[in-house]
Design a protein around this ligand. Structure first.
Ligand code: CA
Length: 221
């Protein structure tokens, strides 16, 4: 799962990213409202952390436009202590929760998990692909009777392959799915992740198609 942080303040933005990382989620970071909406239009996010006071479009404008356009992605509003009224408007407009600045990253991680669990009742957090099954809320992957909580990146890789059963994804496609904007990616990063996932389960969990990429078979064979 991927998150979107819409926040113009660099300190708070990086705090939000740390909180997300604690919850095992990697994030894209939009620094104003317009680029936030653009990101939402092109990418399916698992959760949005939304600042209310943004240059240009405000957080409430973004939330209104999301819910009007039937975008039901979970939203956690980030507010200042004195923004009680906008916090209430946010909840009325369909935000799932809010967090008050300055926040504690562990508390943020716990709130994100709680929102995803609550949403779990409405939206399935389970995903199946052949013999591999994933729980998107807890990051548990099961394969041939083994259940393991994977790291955010490992989970992201299995999720990316499981979203398209039997489809081969290249190194470039996997890098794009796993790493946020402007993040430095080491040339062997994908190989290292695949190595560690196979070591935890079995090498058959991910098939390698030499020179092309990797896949998880969709049908039991
Ligand atoms: Ca702000």
């Amino acid at each position: 799962m991927r998150a979107l942080v819409i926040e113009d303040d660099p300190t708070i933005g990086s705090g939000l990213r740390r909180g997300l990382a604690r919850a095992g989620i990697s994030a894209d970071w939009a620094k104003d409202g317009v680029s936030g909406l653009e990101a939402l239009a092109t990418t399916q996010y698992g959760v949005v952390l939304l600042d209310l006071g943004l240059p240009g479009l405000s957080g409430l404008d973004i939330l209104t436009s999301m819910r009007r356009g039937k975008d039901q992605t979970p939203v956690i509003v980030v507010t200042a202590r004195d923004e009680v009224e906008s916090r209430i408007s946010g909840l009325d407009l369909g935000a799932d929760d809010y967090i008050v600045k300055p926040f504690d990253v562990d508390e943020l991680a716990a709130r994100i998990r709680a929102v995803l669990r609550r949403r779990g009742g409405h939206v399935s957090t389970r995903m199946e692909c052949g013999e591999v099954s994933l729980d998107l809320a807890s990051h548990v992957v099961s394969y041939r009777g083994i259940e393991i909580v994977l790291s955010a990146r490992e989970f992201g890789l299995v999720e990316a392959l499981a979203e398209r059963p039997g489809t081969i994804l290249s190194r470039g496609q996997l890098e794009e799915k796993l790493y946020g904007w402007g993040e430095e990616v080491e040339s062997n990063a994908i190989d290292a992740l695949i190595y560690s996932i196979r070591k935890k389960f079995d090498k058959d969990i991910i098939r390698n198609i030499r020179g092309v990429g990797w896949a998880i078979p969709g049908k039991l064979s």
